[in-house]
Design a protein around this ligand. Structure first.
Ligand code: FES
Length: 85
């Protein structure tokens, strides 16, 4: 298997790599909806199980301006965005 974790597949439904998603975010996809539209990750037949990776990846980038080595999955399903409570 490859040593390049950047090309790890995030969205298995649509075969979207982390590299593709990071590029979309860098190019201005700053909400989950933007990522869905730009890459088609997160909108596959599984119903979006990869969103728990997309969310934290996006959130990390918006906070830090860079991407984490390892994605911490968000198992709450809340994703990024204004917290209501
Ligand atoms: S794995 Fe991304 S939508 Fe199914």
């Amino acid at each position: 298997m490859g040593a390049k974790k950047k090309s790890e597949i995030i969205c298995r439904c649509n075969n979207i790599s982390r590299e593709t998603i990071e590029e979309a975010i860098r190019n201005g996809a700053h909400t989950l909806n933007d990522i869905f539209d730009t890459t088609s990750a997160g909108v596959g037949p599984c119903g979006g199980s990869c969103r728990r990776k997309l969310g934290p990846l996006l959130e990390y980038y918006l906070k830090n301006g860079t991407f984490p080595d390892k994605i911490t999955e968000d198992l709450t399903g809340k994703g990024p965005g204004p917290k209501k409570d």
